[in-house]
Unconditional design. Structure first.
Length: 370
């Protein structure tokens, strides 16, 4: 249970087609190569895989205005369905203080959130100042605050932002690039289920690198397209959802992306057999069937039973769990300027040999073609 609603509520209502939206041409988010290998086409958008670094992206790319419009529509629908529970169509739920569901009285704290925060605290020597971009309505931040972190979030979804503020959380409304956050001022940055939502993940990661203090820790939780179920299901995999997910990583491309943004990956791991619970329904019926409690229990059981196997495979560079987790720090030796050209980023991306993968050697630019 992730406890958040980052927003794929039956993507059909907002079902996009490339013709309906303002779009831009898109290349590989890591190396900008526009010629990926075509994986599949949906709604007039193409899913392409970079031959150099394995990154998968959606082309063409929706403009920021289009993305904003999609999130506005989700707001309207959510407000309508939340009506009875204090949300109301026009205002946030008045629920000041820690949510009793997540952090009240020290009980029932989401164990996943606690595990993430504990792992970061262990890497830093204790809690500190934490930023969660895309914090939605602040469930995770509420737990972080309860566990002693000085926690802040950002959010572009206006309704979620208002709900998080109503809980007394420090929230910054808007995109990272528009916000005036102080450089090198955070000990930890947490990206949970956010990276896949970003049309330009490299640019965002470079912004985050600037906000992180030297030696600070970046934590990422993201769907793994290279997972067992991701490989088996391809376009029908639960995390392949448009217009919500634009960037898809695996055990090879995530370290490459982080290196290109000036991070050094300390640890990479994969977890869970299924991405959320939609995978079995994707196999049987197509997509979108709501998961039941039985399925939830089965998934949890399968996740636990397979954890040792996934750990073993992780150690051999085969990341087959449905989600990838990465812990990374700013790379002191990184030459890139942050807004600099792809040369610096790509050169950094080639220095990822610490992570053995099943990838073929991609280091030779094959100069023979002259
Ligand atoms: Zn690429």
């Amino acid at each position: 249970m992730t406890g958040r609603m980052t927003g794929h509520p039956g993507a059909s209502t907002t079902a996009a087609s490339a013709a309906d939206w303002e779009t831009l041409p898109a290349g590989c988010p890591i190396c900008a190569d526009p010629h990926g290998r075509l994986l599949w086409t949906r709604h007039g958008f193409r899913w392409l895989r970079c031959q150099r670094d394995g990154m998968v992206w959606v082309s063409p790319q929706l403009t920021e205005a289009s993305v904003d419009e999609i999130y506005r529509r989700v707001d309207a629908r959510k407000a309508a369905t939340l009506g009875g529970r204090g949300g109301g169509p026009s205002g946030p739920a008045p629920s000041p203080g820690p949510s009793p569901k997540t952090a009240g009285g020290g009980e029932r704290i989401n164990p996943r959130y606690r595990a993430i925060l504990d792992s970061i605290a262990a890497g830093l020597g204790g809690p500190g100042r934490l930023l969660e971009p895309g914090a939605f309505d602040g469930d995770f931040l509420t737990v972080a605050r309860f566990l002693g972190w000085e926690a802040e979030g950002t959010e572009i979804n206006a309704a979620a932002l208002a709900r998080a503020r109503a809980r007394g959380l420090t929230m910054h409304g808007g995109r990272l690039a528009e916000l005036d956050l102080a450089p090198a001022s955070y000990d930890a940055i947490v990206l949970r289920d956010i990276l896949e939502h970003l049309p330009d993940p490299l640019a965002e990661l470079r912004l985050l690198r600037r906000l992180l203090r030297p030696g600070g820790l970046l934590y990422i939780w993201v769907p793994n397209l290279g997972s067992l179920t991701g490989r088996l299901l391809g376009a029908r995999w639960g995390a392949v959802v448009f217009p919500w997910h634009f960037s898809y990583v695996d055990g090879r491309s995530l370290p490459a992306l982080l290196a290109a943004a000036g991070f050094r990956v300390e640890r990479l791991a994969s977890a869970n057999l299924l991405w959320r619970l939609s995978d079995p329904w994707a196999i049987l019926h197509g997509r979108g069937a709501p998961p039941g409690p039985v399925a939830r229990r089965l998934n949890r059981w399968a996740g636990r039973a397979l954890a040792p196997l996934f750990r073993l495979l992780d150690a051999r560079g085969r990341y087959l769990g449905a989600q990838l987790e990465a812990w990374a720090r700013p790379d002191d030796g990184w030459e890139g300027s942050g807004d600099g050209g792809l040369d610096g980023g790509w050169a950094a991306a080639l220095r990822i040999d610490a992570f053995p993968t099943d990838a073929r050697d991609n280091s030779s630019p094959s100069a023979t073609a002259t």
